[in-house]
Design a protein around this ligand. Structure first.
Ligand SMILES: Cc1cc2nc3c(=O)[nH]c(=O)nc-3n(C[C@H](O)[C@H](O)[C@H](O)COP(=O)(O)OP(=O)(O)OC[C@H]3O[C@@H](n4cnc5c(N)ncnc54)[C@H](O)[C@@H]3O)c2cc1C
Length: 207
C-alpha cells in the first residue's frame, strides 16, 4: 500500500519527502498538518485517549491457513493476516496484545518495553501473549493449534479511553492557525481526514 500511495502522489507531481519536519522549517509553510496518530508533536493534545504498548506477533500457520485473513468478531477479536506475500502471518487480538497502558501522555514507557519499541525485526520475546492468543484462536479455528511462534515487535497504540466501546474515532484539531493535528484512529479514516483538513484549509484561506 505504501508503494501504491507513493506512486500516486508522485504521479500528481506533489513533492513527497521522507524527512523529519523540524520547528525551523515552520516559516516556509502556511499550513502544517501533523498526521502523527496523537504521538510525537501531537502527544497529549487529544484528551481522553490512552497509550498502549502493543505487541504484534509473527507466526507460522499450518499450510491450510497460510494466505488466509480471518477476524473472529465475536467478543474481543482474534485475527490473523498474511504477512505480505510471505507464507507467514501476523497474529492480532484486541484482548491480549496490550502489555502496558496509561492515560498520562507524560508517563514514561517502562524500561522493559522502551528498548523494544519500533525495532525493525521480529524477535522472540519471553513474555509474549502468543499462547493466550492461540488458545482463543483455536476456539474458532481448530487448525490454528499448530501455529508456531516466530517473534514479536512492539509499538505504541493510541486509542480512545472508552473500554465499553473501544471506538477508533477520527479527531482533528487546529492548535493555532495553520497548525492542524490529525488523530486517525483507523486506517480507513485517512480519506475522511484528508477531506476535513482540505475543507478547513480552504475555509481558513477564505476568512
Ligand atoms: C498495533 C497497532 C495495530 C493497529 N491495527 C489497526 C488495524 O487493524 N486496522 C486499522 O485500520 N488501524 C489499525 N491501527 C491504527 C492505524 O495504524 C492508525 O490509525 C494509522 O496508522 C494512522 O495513520 P496516520 O498516517 O495518521 O499516522 P501514522 O501511520 O502513525 O504515521 C505518522 C507518521 O508521521 C511520522 N512523523 C512523526 N513526527 C514527524 C515529524 N516531525 N516529521 C516528519 N514525520 C513525522 C512518523 O514517523 C510516521 O511515519 C493500528 C495501530 C497500531 C499501533
Amino acid at each position: 500500500m505504501r508503494d501504491l500511495l507513493s506512486a500516486r502522489i508522485q504521479a500528481l507531481n506533489i513533492p513527497f519527502d521522507q524527512r523529519a519536519f523540524t520547528p525551523d522549517m515552520r516559516s516556509e509553510y502556511d499550513y502544517v498538518v501533523w498526521a502523527t496518530y496523537g504521538l510525537g508533536p501531537g502527544r497529549g493534545l487529544f484528551k481522553g485517549v490512552k497509550y498502549q504498548v502493543a505487541e504484534k506477533i509473527l507466526i507460522q500457520l499450518p499450510p491450510a491457513l497460510q494466505g488466509i485473513s480471518l477476524v473472529v468478531v465475536d467478543g474481543p477479536f482474534t485475527a490473523f493476516d498474511p504477512y505480505g506475500s510471505s507464507p507467514r502471518s501476523l497474529f492480532g487480538s484486541a484482548k491480549n496484545t496490550n502489555h502496558w497502558t496509561t492515560t498520562n501522555p507524560d508517563e514514561p514507557i517502562p524500561d522493559i518495553y522502551q528498548p523494544l519499541l519500533n525495532r525493525p525485526d521480529f524477535e522472540p520475546f519471553p513474555s509474549t501473549r502468543f499462547e493466550a492468543m492461540r488458545t482463543d484462536s483455536v476456539l474458532a479455528v481448530p487448525a490454528s493449534k499448530d501455529a508456531v511462534y516466530l517473534g514479536s515487535r512492539f509499538t505504541i497504540r493510541v486509542v480512545e479511553d472508552n473500554p465499553a466501546q473501544d471506538r477508533r474515532t477520527l479527531y482533528i484539531l487546529e492548535r493555532e492557525k495553520g497548525e492542524i493535528f490529525v488523530f486517525s484512529g483507523k486506517v480507513v479514516s485517512a480519506v475522511k481526514a484528508a477531506r476535513l483538513v482540505t475543507a478547513r484549509i480552504t475555509d481558513g484561506a477564505k476568512s
